[in-house]
Ligand binder design. Sequence first.
Ligand code: HEC
Ligand code: HEC
Length: 418
Amino acid sequence: MKYQIKNEVSMDQALADTTWIINGMFGTPDEPKMPEVLSGEDFEDLVDMERLKKAAGPIADGSGLYRKHCVSCHGVTGNGRGENSAILDPYPRDYRMGLFKWKSTKRGAKPTRDDLVHVIGDGIDGTAMKKIPELSEEDVEALVDYVIYLSIRGEVERTIIDEAVFELDFEVDRILDTEFAERMKTEGESIRKQVEAWEEDGEDEESPVAKLAEKLEYYEDSIGLADELAEDIAGSWLDAEDDFVEVPDPPEDVPVPDSYEEFVQMQSGDEAEALTASVERGKAVFTGKIAGCNKCHGNSGKGDGQNKDYDDWTKDWTSRVGLKPEDLETLIPLMARGAMPPKNALPRNFTEGVFRGGSSREDLYRRITQGIEGSPMPAASTFVPGEYEKVDIWHLINFIRSLQESSDQPAAEMQAAK
Ligand code: HEC
Ligand code: HEC
């Protein structure tokens, strides 16, 4: 739809061809399978057919976990457009861009299985996604496979269209000649033999086989492209473990509590003075030029700085194709096809003390150094001596924690008590 608007070419054929390819490779969300090109042992560990079956399809004994617990928000294909999604903020994740926020890996990398176990098993604090107590460990594992499957399936689908638009210079005719592809299913061997013989005989352009050879070449290019994309995208899931971000220990002279409770305790302990100094330093860095957290989060961390930006899921079909997210009038045709009305991606208000990606100091360290994928929150990874150094990450964490207002001890009082 976005290409259709941008380039004034109909994408209906491209979409139909892509659906044919994707269903052939991945089956449907109800009857999933993995493409042949992903039949290696590594991929089978990543997406196991037994686990997949348990999560897929209609609700029944041994299947349908996703239908039962997730589909009302995340939609059948994982496009984030379940029946309840429109009223939620943030919107439920659309897995098809392959972007995930709450992970332990480097910016740009996929989440690890453990990351998904964590969000699916525990829910995401401060959002509509709650912990579902009746899910067993095995259920969660099955859902992890299914989310990975839907994400790979969706990302391959989207990327095929992107690549086709790019390669075919916006004159998208066919991504695949599906009639010929159907013929290949039954006559593939004989067609290949005919073309081989024709090639050996000197490729006579007058022969009726010349046309067949052309069709075969186009077919192999298209299928080859789809296979290559599937391998790349599934491969990036395999790489996730290698992209795990190790978090160092803080230096000995910088106390860094691991939770708000610990923070409050430490304020009256031996390390109180060092903690206060760290919070002060954190504040200076937070509002300093280099880290510039206040640009979005505001000087007092209430999330009241710049707050008119959008996340990547919205930008993808608006600003990145020249449409203004604010200009609802022009977006109507896209919203009629299921796009969600743009909502601003709001910077976190730290006085609430809710961290969606986990509140341990390691979680926060990763958030700050890697940013939040798909959201406007950048990685603060440019270090400048005196302004923002590695040790300042710990000071920032302490400062952010100091902003939390608890019901029995509001931040203002804590501030005064210092
Ligand atoms: C009531 C709605 C709702 C239900 C039900 C729900 N989710 Fe979510 N889910 C969300 C929302 C909202 C987000 C986005 C949170 C955010 O952006 O911080 C989300 C995000 C996610 C993410 C992305 C996490 C990340 O790191 O970016 C995954 C994976 C996920 N959900 C899986 C599931 C699975 C599996 C189920 C079923 C067991 C499920 N969800 C049930 C609302 C829901
Ligand atoms: C360009 C705007 C922007 C800047 C600059 C920015 N942030 Fe954020 N930050 C955001 C947005 C938006 C969110 C909410 C993202 C979401 O939940 O999708 C966020 C969320 C957070 C969170 C919450 C993570 C969680 O688990 O809920 C922390 C912590 C955070 N930012 C720290 C910082 C720090 C520290 C800096 C400076 C080094 C900073 N941010 C700079 C926009 C920004």
